[in-house]
Design a protein around this ligand. Structure first.
Ligand SMILES: Nc1ncnc2c1ncn2[C@@H]1O[C@H](COP(=O)(O)OP(=O)(O)OP(=O)(O)O)[C@@H](O)[C@H]1O
Ligand SMILES: [Mg+2]
Length: 304
């Protein structure tokens, strides 16, 4: 459905997207993750034809046979990272405005809008000013606007950023509903629990896609082991700077430690604990890696 070939884009000296070969099969929910400035928005905007690539090309193909035929629909819907809703227009007026931009007639817009508003739970709010919607509702309205053209491919740039966990869950329920009807979805997200919900995830870092696979395979091919370590003291930086640890994060009452070798890491942590005079009560257990662990390690890896 989406194929990019050696795609590249620079802004002056900054290489925003660098030799990206992405393949999003028809019918997938495909995730795009990566640190700030990794190039996600630039990649999506090239896929949507809003930015002309400097190098390579984008190929978009119609949905594969067997997927629902979409009569009168456009191929692509795009929800940008900062979506411009009109705050002094109501929900329905925003949708009408958006639909009119695409020259869709009023009755078709109304019919589609009601269907989508019903699905997103916004129908009771259709006469409310956009300014008076909650953050989660605003994102759903932005999604409704992107759907009014009935696209076969939906490109969403961080659609749930800053939205509370309940509304994020609700938003994903809608995405799954659309996907079940045959819509291909490319979505960027800063939330690893959302990455987990995608069929495949591409990790971007400094313009490149450094890994692309299913969440299960990304986790099973994680080259390190993960420990949860508890000590009696609360000192976030206790294990910082130990060369035997690949990564360490502190979560209130425990440390999450990524290591290459469990034994040498454990010894190093025990020594550090004793040397700091904080006792010797190191309690640890091995846990399965999460997408968060995969993300942190990939984002910290130096690109050679
Ligand atoms: N129009 C532009 N002019 C100049 N530089 C730009 C432009 N758009 C993006 N960049 C630069 O390109 C790089 C990639 O930016 P991009 O917005 O694609 O990253 P991103 O992964 O979407 O980041 P975020 O997670 O913060 O949204 C950054 O260094 C950014 O500053
Ligand atoms: Mg972005």
């Amino acid at each position: 459905m989406i194929k990019t070939e050696d795609l590249g884009k620079s802004f002056g000296p900054v290489i925003a997207v660098n030799e990206v070969n992405l393949h999003v099969p028809a019918g997938d929910i495909y995730g795009l993750v990566g640190p700030d400035g990794a190039g996600k928005t630039t990649l999506m905007r090239m896929i949507c034809g809003l930015i002309v690539p400097d190098r390579g090309r984008v190929l978009l193909t119609a949905p594969a046979a067997g997927h629902e035929k979409r009569s009168g629909g456009s191929m692509l819907g795009y929800m940008p990272q900062r979506f411009g809703l009109y705050g002094d227009l109501t929900v329905m007026e925003n949708i009408n405005f958006f639909g009119a931009l695409y020259k869709i007639n009023r009755s078709t817009i109304k019919e589609r809008a009601e269907e989508i508003l019903e699905m997103t739970g916004l129908l009771p709010f259709k006469d409310r000013l956009a300014d008076n919607l909650s953050g989660g509702m605003k994102q759903k309205l932005a999604l409704t606007c992107a759907l009014v053209t009935r696209p076969g491919l939906l490109v969403l740039d961080e659609p749930t950023y800053g939205v509370d966990p309940g509304s994020r869950k609700e938003f994903w329920r809608v995405l799954y509903g659309l996907n079940r009807k045959g819509m291909t979805i490319l979505v960027s997200t800063p939330y690893m629990d959302e990455a987990e919900l995608c069929a495949k995830v591409a990790f971007m870092d400094r313009g490149r896609v450094v890994a692309a696979d299913s969440p299960a395979r990304l986790k099973s091919s994680f080259p390190y082991r993960v420990l949860e370590v508890r000590v009696d003291v609360r000192q976030p930086e206790l294990f910082n700077g130990l060369p035997q640890l690949v990564d360490v994060s502190y979560y209130g009452d425990k440390y999450r430690v990524v290591v290459e070798d469990v034994q040498t890491a454990r010894q190093a942590m025990e020594q550090r604990l004793e040397a700091s005079g904080l006792g010797s009560g190191l309690c640890w257990s091995e846990v399965n890696p999460t997408m968060e662990d995969v993300f942190i390690v990939l984002a910290e890896k130096e690109v050679v």
